[in-house]
Design a protein around this ligand. Structure first.
Ligand code: PRP
Ligand code: ZN
Length: 285
């Protein structure tokens, strides 16, 4: 049977997390750094390590069947590929930034200025939509040094933690688009490959659901159970087990991590004790 080929970023913001996501899906690889390809030992998947900017093209050309890449790159390159889903990691924004000492009021600052970027298409659209006439200077890397060496007045680049901007004396003034890692696929896949992809998608959604949810256990007096059940926005109804101490029981449920922080004080007020919140490894809905 054919293997499914997935392209991921060789080196950069998404590389480590892309491999980690595959590993969380139970897909194991033999060690070996610096390789261009790696085959899984226990799943019909072959990984190609490529420059992220090339991934949309390689998927369009079917060199790779699927790929993990930032939405920013997909949007910039506008290839004939399908976005299958957002992966929930690699969050960042494509932003305009200018030297720290420059005063900034609004987008008009950019009129007549030279802006360096590796995202000319997205930036061009953005300026057009906002009626700004600026010169776009296309460079393929190290965009953040352009103002410092006199190549441009400002830049448009990916910001994640913001440390690259900070260390280059720049400050972010406008967000052009928000982005995160997405799974993309070629427009046509053989039936065999489609089947492997469906298995992979199933695993991805199970790990994604698990990451967003926690298993919660708590003890409570029997007469508080009803109120606690109302507070817990659980999967279905929580499991309730009697405790050895008379009049007490243990409640088990699944809760979204965000919800947990919102309800914790109400749970305690209602009489919940010994609250445990445990990570979930896989969650199949
Ligand atoms: C971007 C950008 C900066 C860095 C910003 O590169 O070009 O170098 O991330 O991150 P920070 O705000 O956390 O410092 P990216 O990994 O998107 O890809 P590239 O190297 O292919 O340009
Ligand atoms: Zn890149």
């Amino acid at each position: 049977m054919d293997k499914l080929k997935i392209a991921i970023q060789k080196k950069g913001r998404l590389s480590e997390h892309s491999l980690q996501m595959l590993e969380e899906c139970g897909i194991k690889f033999s060690n070996g750094t610096g390789k261009l390809k790696n085959e899984s030992k226990n799943f019909p998947l072959e990984v190609l390590f490529l420059r992220d900017d090339d991934i949309p093209y390689y998927v369009e050309r079917k060199v790779a069947d699927i790929g993990i890449v930032g939405e920013n790159v997909v949007l910039e390159h506008n290839r004939e590929i399908t976005i299958l889903e957002q992966l929930g990691f690699g969050g960042c924004r494509l932003s305009l930034a200018i030297p720290r000492e420059e005063k900034y009021n609004n987008l008009n600052w950019f009129s007549g200025k030279r802006i360096a970027t590796s995202y000319p298409n997205i930036l061009n659209d953005f300026f057009k939509k906002n009626g700004i006439n600026a010169d776009i200077e296309v460079i393929s890397g190290s965009v953040e040094i352009a103002p410092g060496i006199g190549l441009a007045d400002g830049i448009c680049d990916i910001v994640s933690t913001g440390s690259t901007l900070l260390s280059n004396g720049l400050h972010e003034v406008e967000t052009v688009i928000k982005s995160q890692a997405v799974l993309v696929s070629s427009k046509e896949l053989s039936d065999d490959k489609r089947q492997i992809l469906d298995r992979l998608l199933f695993r991805i959604s199970s790990t994604k659901n698990a990451a967003e949810n926690k298993y919660i256990l708590l003890n409570a007096p029997e007469d508080a159970v009803e109120e606690i059940c109302n507070i817990l926005p659980g999967m279905k109804s929580p499991t309730i087990l009697p405790l050895a101490i008379k009049g007490w029981c243990s409640l088990h449920s699944v809760i979204r991590e965000d919800d947990f922080w919102n309800v914790i004080s109400r749970l305690k007020k209602a009489g919940a004790e010994g609250i445990l919140v445990i990570p979930i490894e896989k969650m199949i809905l």
